[in-house]
Design a protein around this ligand. Structure first.
Ligand code: CIR
Length: 263
C-alpha cells in the first residue's frame, strides 16, 4: 500500500461559526455559504475518488472544527488523538475521540502536556515528519514521536519556516520520492532526500495539495500549479478554496484519511 492510498475519510460539516475561525489576516472575511459550498465539493471529490467519507455534524461552539486534520492522526492500524496548539481548538480533541473510538480498535493518546496539530505532520513512506510550529511544540512533537514509535513508525522533527502556520501549509507529498514545496521550504534542506517541485511564483498557497490514490487535489485558484503538476504526469483535480483559504486552511486540513483493511 502507498502512503497516499486511502479508502476512508472523516470530515466535519462547517458550522456557521466557521467565519469566526482563527486567521492571520482579519482584513478578509470568510463567507459561510461559500465555505459550506467548498466543503461540499471537497466531500464529493473524496467520494468520487473512491473514499467512503463519514460526515460528522457541525460543532458551532468550535469554529475551526471543520479542519479535522488537526486534532488527530490516523493510520490503517491505529489512530492517535492529538492536542491542538490553539486554545480555542483544544475542545476538538474530545469531539474527535468520540468519532474515532467506534472506527479504530486502537486509539492512542498523546502523553504529557505538549501540543501537536495534525497539520504539522507529513507522512512519507520511510518516516513521518513532525513540524515544530506555533501550534506544535517540542514536548508535543516528542510525545508524538513516542506514540509513532509504538506503531513502528520512525519520525523526524523539522522547523516550520517563519510565518507559516503548519508544516503542510508549505509542503505536500506528490509521490513516494517527490514533494511539492514553497521556495522557503525547498530551501530549508529538510527535503534533501526528496525530489522537490517548487510552487510557481505567486502560488505558494498551493503547496497544501492533497495526493489521494492516483489524483492530486489542488486549489482552483492556482492555474500554474495545475500546469506544473500535470507536466509531472500527475492527474490533477481542482477544487475551490477561496473561502477556506481566508481561514489559513487548505485541502489536507478538511479530512482525516486512511486505508481500512490495509496491511
Ligand atoms: C487554524 O488557524 O487553526 C484554522 N483556521 C486553520 C487550520 C488549518 N489546518 C491545517 O492546515 N491542517
Amino acid at each position: 500500500m502507498r502512503v497516499f492510498d486511502f479508502n476512508r475519510a472523516i470530515v466535519r460539516t462547517p458550522g456557521t461559526s466557521v467565519v469566526h475561525g482563527l486567521r492571520n489576516d482579519h482584513s478578509v472575511v470568510p463567507d459561510y455559504a461559500g465555505a459550506a459550498k467548498e466543503h461540499a465539493a471537497y466531500v464529493a471529490a473524496l467520494e468520487a475518488l473512491g473514499l467512503k467519507a463519514d460526515v460528522l455534524p457541525a460543532l458551532e461552539e468550535l469554529p475551526d472544527s471543520v479542519f479535522v486534520e488537526d486534532p488527530a492522526l490516523v493510520f490503517s492500524e491505529a489512530a492517535i488523538l492529538l492536542r491542538p496548539g490553539a486554545p480555542s481548538r483544544l475542545g476538538e480533541a474530545g469531539a474527535m475521540r468520540e468519532a474515532l473510538a467506534p472506527r479504530f480498535s486502537r486509539l492512542l493518546e498523546l502523553p504529557g502536556e505538549g501540543f501537536a496539530d495534525g497539520g504539522d505532520v507529513l507522512v512519507t513512506p520511510e518516516f513521518v515528519f513532525i513540524g515544530l510550529s506555533a501550534r506544535t511544540n517540542r514536548d508535543g512533537a516528542i510525545a508524538l514521536q513516542m506514540r509513532l514509535a509504538e506503531l513502528g513508525r520512525e519520525s523526524r522533527l523539522a522547523e516550520v519556516p517563519a510565518g507559516v502556520l503548519h508544516f503542510k501549509t508549505a509542503v505536500s507529498l506528490l509521490d513516494a520520492e517527490t514533494v511539492f514545496a514553497t521556495p522557503a521550504m525547498a530551501a530549508s534542506g529538510i527535503f534533501a532526500d526528496f525530489r522537490i517541485v517548487t510552487t510557481p511564483e505567486g502560488e505558494e498557497a498551493a503547496a497544501n495539495a492533497l495526493r489521494i490514490n492516483d489524483t492530486v487535489l489542488i486549489g482552483a485558484s492556482f492555474p500554474r500549479t495545475a500546469e506544473v503538476l500535470s507536466q509531472h504526469g500527475l492527474a490533477v483535480r481542482t477544487l475551490p478554496v477561496d473561502e477556506i483559504g481566508k481561514l489559513d486552511a487548505g485541502l489536507s486540513c478538511m479530512s482525516l484519511r486512511w486505508s481500512e483493511g490495509a496491511k
